[in-house]
Design a protein around this ligand. Sequence first.
Ligand code: PLP
Length: 415
Amino acid sequence: MKEILLKEAGEFAEFNRGGRIINPFTVGSFYGKFIETEGCRRIDLTRLDYLALGSTPEIKRILHGAVESTDLGCPASQKVLKTSLNVDLEKSLANLHGMNQTLVFTSGYAANDNFMEALAARTKIPYLSIFRLCKNTSNLPTIFFVDGESHFSLQHGIRRSRSVFGSKAFTFPSGNYEKLELLIKKAPKESVRVIISDTLSSATGVVFNTECLCEIAAKYDCLLYLDEAHAIGALGKNGAGIASGNSSYNKYKNHVMIMGTLTKALCSMGGYVSLSDENLADFFQFCCPQYIFSAPIPPWMAKSLSGIVALVSGDWGDKRRETLAHLSAYLRKGLIDADFDTMNSSSHIVPVFVGDDEKATRMYRFLQGKGFEVSCFRYPAVAESSALIRISVCSDLEFCELDELVHNLKIARNI
Ligand SMILES: Cc1ncc(COP(=O)(O)O)c(C=O)c1O
């Protein structure tokens, strides 16, 4: 079977794609839901602070408390010393997902990149044969089955896994699980197979069918790596994201790795992967390079993050998620009633399909003039003739602001 390379239009095209948001680069300040550039204040609809924690006094109190009660600085590698505050954070994230273990990194990017490398490095590091994943498999390749819209950090790690460790990667069209099954059936069985997907498209707000992904992973004995970056905090019971809400998740948890980031709805810094299989988690501690050769997030930050996770996963977070869901549904309805194509979004990421790049740019500029900063995705961030305006709903928006936005979009499409 011919390997389907990961969007190999060349390294730099990859970067352009990965760059995705191609609003002109600007320097500005942000104030809660507003962004200010060149003296102009606009409502920031590019924000990833979905629960609007950034301007919330409770969150600031948690941060102050953590700094005051903890000395600053950072221990060396987590393989040398782990502070109890860092361990508390790992436990609270593992609990959030009903898992046993969590590995925390300094960014979501690092978590993705390291895990993709570790899954392939397995074949080259003899002492890893003490781990179940590596027993009798050290001579077998890793094969990745990757959703075509997966985040660049995953693709980056897989690219290195292919070139350095000889793993293979096959891309399936985003969300097309028939194609995924066909690819798995055709691939050599003698391999360690890993399915990779986001759970929520960061561009279109489409929620992927994680139930189906869990079933396929179990059926073909694959590992399943789910990037929940845009769902953590914002969606699901206790803000645990999308996957843990499906019935297959609990049944097949041993196959699943949940990746989350602390930089978006949790409004902080860092990223993580939670797993149920403790032997597998131990394996990753031994072969994720950043886990061994780089510092963790500082203990004061780990402490504040445990506080944020507790707040966000409780009733307080439920109220924010409820508001977020109402606002998102309200905006989507307003757009659909006005005959805009919202591209099957069913989340707080609401796109407006435009198609033509120049028209999208004109609409973007018009909205800026009316006090709204949105993301404008054009080729090569998206396929040719598929330009879109991405609206990121956050829980501190007002219904009247969304009315005003739809009103201006209606004018903008005719200019
Ligand atoms: C889907 C997805 N995964 C991973 C990341 C990386 O997360 P971080 O910004 O925490 O490094 C991003 C960042 O935008 C993302 O959108």
